[in-house]
Design a protein around this ligand. Structure first.
Ligand code: HEC
Length: 191
């Protein structure tokens, strides 16, 4: 009722709703509606490099191994060696070679990004079908494949955020004024 009254007012005096994008779009184009907070929450799942945004839950390498065999190995290989799709493990120490092998293990700077990526995008045919704890488990297994965490590891928000990835310090800031100057002495990971 109240919304209808606001819309009627908006139609009568469009200048009054200039600050309200969604109302304006509705009244001008008769398209769409404002997203609900539940819809926004479902999209708002990004995780920062420092781990901000990681959900509760935990998972072990052993649990991850079982999930991986069922839901990942067909595309990424039994041990993350790749084929038919990207390799997830291996290539450690090759980042500066002419034929570098860039995998999660050899190249990615943050383990937290691995969690974010798997949770939002994998398994490829069924994205966002894993529970938060299953994502911790399969992340632990993928990291274990590169020897970054031991066979006994159990990951949660705190322990995942503490992992230091092998290639972490080889990235440099892009010399754009909005994100800061290159760090002196840093070696670029990408030539
Ligand atoms: C049907 C095939 C398929 C399955 C199953 C699958 N993936 Fe993937 N995966 C892909 C493809 C294709 C890409 C590359 C996507 C792109 O670049 O946009 C990818 C990319 C990735 C990457 C990023 C690799 C990189 O270095 O860029 C990770 C990590 C990953 N998958 C993890 C998983 C995990 C964990 C599972 C199981 C839960 C899984 N995938 C299941 C096809 C698959």
């Amino acid at each position: 009722m109240r919304k209808a009254a606001v819309l009627a007012l908006a139609l009568a005096a469009p200048g009054l709703v200039a600050a309200s994008g969604s109302l304006q779009a509705q009244s001008l184009y008769h398209l769409g509606r404002a997203a609900t907070s539940a819809e926004i929450a479902a999209w708002d799942i990004d995780i920062s490099p420092d781990g901000a945004g990681l959900p509760p839950g935990h998972g072990s390498v052993a649990e991850g191994k079982a999930i991986y065999a069922l839901k990942c190995a067909a595309c990424h290989g039994d041990h993350g060696q790749g084929k038919p799709m990207d390799a997830l493990a291996g290539g450690l120490g090759t980042v500066f070679d002419a034929k570098s092998v860039r995998t999660v293990g050899s190249f990615w700077p943050y383990a937290t990004t691995l969690y974010d990526y798997i949770r939002r995008a994998m398994p490829f045919p069924e994205p966002q079908s894993l529970s938060d704890s299953e994502v911790y488990a399969v992340s632990a297994y993928v990291l274990n494949l590169s020897g970054i965490v031991p066979d006994t590891a159990v990951l949660d928000a705190a322990s995942l955020a503490k992992i230091v990835m092998p290639n972490r310090d080889r990235f440099v800031h892009d010399a754009k004024i909005d994100i800061g100057q290159p760090q002196p002495g840093a070696v670029p990971a990408v030539r």
